[in-house]
Design a protein. Structure first.
Length: 464
């Protein structure tokens, strides 16, 4: 049995968890546990590399779409290995540098590069954490920031075929000629764009009758139309067989559709990493979606144990994990039972899908607002209705605003079209700071002829 080490704070996960120790924690002994690449999902296999690939895909699309503007060009070559090297040539050193900084420059921090589990509580009430390498760390306070991982349907896992997830698809040695994507959410939409624009033939197997189903119905419908024209999309498809045929993968669906591909990407959702960390040994449970239960301040039911990010948040988004990280960080400097703890603010959480065209949203969908019994007014404004949309010859972009009748309270905004994640930001600001639609529309200038005029016109078009 190895000797144990005592620390003031243990952090499980080096994603958002790595941002917690700053100079205010310099007098605390801290253990950080990371079983995989240092820096977590967003940096290594999530937001950042995907968007670096997306940008290259956007450039390829822009060249192809130039013809309708009178600028004709062709994409002569896609240097996939070159793109992979550029992306990871930037990211890998950041991950390695972050790890090196914690190990070499932070005297109060020890990094354990191993899987860790809770192994009960010692007689002094400290949490016992046991690593796969045999180290035992005792901690009076713990932050669980262990994130989430991809779900793999049994029929694929059991088939023995080679499949990919976000963890390795971006490091394929060559661009697959034919890519099959199983799933119809964020990751499916983003990678379909990346691989489709860079030259793969993309097939999507979707369980339901639409893509990005959790978006506002107008956005999901518009995207589904565009995606169906761009890629080979199979709706309401249940997979009944998955097999290897030579170097290819063959998937058969219940309606006898047979698809063959050179690579298979699984993107059917992510589950919280709450099931392999020994939570039961410290009396903690999870909710029906596998998320660690927590209160508004990030506290679990175990005294001194906090949680944040994908493992416990209702949102699997990095900006949410970062916010939750800042809240837990502030609360760690207070008493666990203190009356001055800071709560999470999850009122107006925006999200964007970096597919083609881009999509961004904040607040309620029209369906959610109606289901909530609110008296609403809705305006849909097309990109093509404003001058910059004419400049772009845009025919598919739209901006939809939902507000409360009578008060003009902004309830939701949903945009599909070029630069949607940037264009939506003023609405996030308005909702966060309580601006109503009329004040937002006429209480400021809108640069003419900028694309945000689509937002201005949508606000002015509401019948409040
Ligand atoms: C392909 C993809 C694209 C995405 N794009 C975006 C985007 O554009 N915008 C956005 O907002 N969000 C995006 N996300 C979501 C975002 O990446 C996550 O919400 C965010 O990274 C979660 O952060 P976290 O700190 O909770 O977990 P993570 O960053 O996943 O960190 C958890 C860490 O804990 C480690 N760990 C887990 N269990 C243990 C254990 N028992 N012992 C030791 N270590 C352990 C894991 O190895 C991991 O490194 C994307 C996700 C994916 C998969
Ligand atoms: N731009 C971003 O912010 C971004 C990008 C990527 C991922 N993410 C985060 O990561 C999460 C996970 O992404 P995701 O795309 O894996 O999940 P998702 O929840 O967005 O979508 C999963 C989709 O797969 C479908 N599905 C489930 N089981 C299936 C099956 N057996 N066969 C076929 N389809 C099936 C679901 O109906 C759903 O539409 C997202 O919800 C999001 O929070 C965010």
């Amino acid at each position: 049995m190895s000797e144990s080490t005592s620390v003031d704070l243990a952090i499980i996960g080096s994603g958002t968890g790595n941002s917690i120790p700053d100079e205010r924690f310099a007098d605390q002994q801290i253990a950080i546990f990371e079983e995989s690449i240092y820096g977590g999902t967003c940096l290594n296999v999530g937001c950042i590399p995907t968007k670096m690939f997306v940008y290259a895909a956007e450039v390829a699309e822009t060249i192809r779409e130039g013809e309708r503007l009178g600028v004709t060009g062709t994409v002569d070559k896609v240097d996939w290995p070159g793109i992979v090297n550029r992306v990871f040539g930037r990211i890998d050193p950041i991950s390695a540098g972050g790890r090196r900084y914690r190990i070499e420059d932070c005297d109060n921090i020890t990094v354990y590069s191993s899987h860790v589990v809770f192994d009960g509580v010692d007689p002094d009430g400290r949490y016992r954490l046991r690593t796969g390498d045999g180290d035992v760390v005792l901690a009076s306070r713990v932050v669980i920031a262990s994130g989430s991982r991809p779900v793999i349907p049994d029929i694929i896992a059991d088939s023995g075929v080679t499949y990919h997830t976000n963890e390795d698809i971006m490091r394929l040695p060559e661009l697959p000629e034919r890519l099959i994507i199983v799933g119809s959410g964020y990751i499916a939409a983003e990678f379909a764009h990346v691989f489709g624009a860079l030259g793969s033939k993309v097939s999507i197997i979707a369980r339901s009758d639409a893509l990005l189903r959790t978006q506002d119905p107008d956005i999901s419908a518009r995207f589904t139309d565009i995606a169906t024209a761009a890629w080979d999309v199979h709706f309401e498809s249940a997979i009944v067989a998955v097999e290897s045929v030579g170097s290819a993968i063959r998937i058969t669906c219940a309606d006898d559709t047979v698809l063959e591909g050179d690579a298979l990407l699984v993107a059917v959702g992510r589950v919280p990493n709450s099931d392999k960390i020994g939570l039961e040994s410290i009396g903690l449970g999870v909710d029906e979606d596998g998320r660690i239960e927590r209160d508004a301040y990030g506290r679990t039911a175990a005294h001194g144990v906090w949680t944040l990010g994908d493992v416990s948040s209702p949102y699997q988004l990095k900006h949410v994990a970062n916010h939750e990280g800042r809240v837990v960080q502030a609360n760690l400097l207070r008493d666990f039972d203190g009356a001055d703890l800071q709560p999470f603010d999850l009122r107006f959480v925006p999200a964007a899908v970096f597919t083609h065209p881009q999509i961004a949203s904040v607040g309620m969908t029209e369906t959610e607002a109606r289901d909530a019994g609110l008296d609403i007014t809705v305006k849909v404004q097309n990109y093509g209705d404003v001058a910059y949309g004419w400049a772009m010859e845009d025919t598919t972009g739209l901006c939809k605003i939902i507000a409360e009748k009578g008060t003009g309270r902004l309830l939701g905004a949903h945009i599909i079209g070029p630069q949607a994640p940037s264009i939506i930001q003023p609405v996030i600001q308005a909702m966060s700071f309580g601006l109503d639609a009329a004040t937002m529309a006429r209480g400021q200038y809108w640069i003419h002829p900028g694309m945000p005029e689509v937002l201005e016109n949508a606000l002015l078009g509401l019948e409040i």
